[in-house]
Ligand binder design. Structure first.
Ligand SMILES: [Zn+2]
Length: 103
């Protein structure tokens, strides 16, 4: 009959819980506005994009983001790769430039 190690089991459970929490937070962040090209953050000009990206907070730790890359996959879509300055988790933020329709 094996002896149980309750402290180790508890630690393992806590580690698993922490991993799931990280995953859940990333999943929520992906569903959040700006987390996917289907749900971009709408801006009126590309000039404000990096400022808006920096204003976002890391869903893991509440830290602020550094801009790592800024791509333009289409005329109105922008993909900004950011990394948390505090915990190092990277994210992609999506923006759509909404140009006022000419009248
Ligand atoms: Zn963070």
């Amino acid at each position: 009959m094996g002896r149980k190690r309750p402290e180790r089991t508890a630690r393992r459970r806590a580690e698993r819980g922490a991993r799931e929490l990280v995953r859940d937070r990333e999943k929520l962040a992906a569903l959040d506005i700006g987390g996917s090209p289907e749900r971009p953050i709408e801006v009126s000009t590309s000039a404000v994009i990096e400022g808006r990206a920096r204003a976002q907070r890391c869903p893991q730790c509440g830290g602020s983001y550094r801009i790592e890359d800024h791509q333009a996959p289409s005329a109105t879509l922008r993909e900004v790769a950011v990394r948390c300055a505090q915990c190092g988790v990277g994210r992609r933020l999506w923006f759509r430039i909404t140009v006022a329709a000419p009248s």
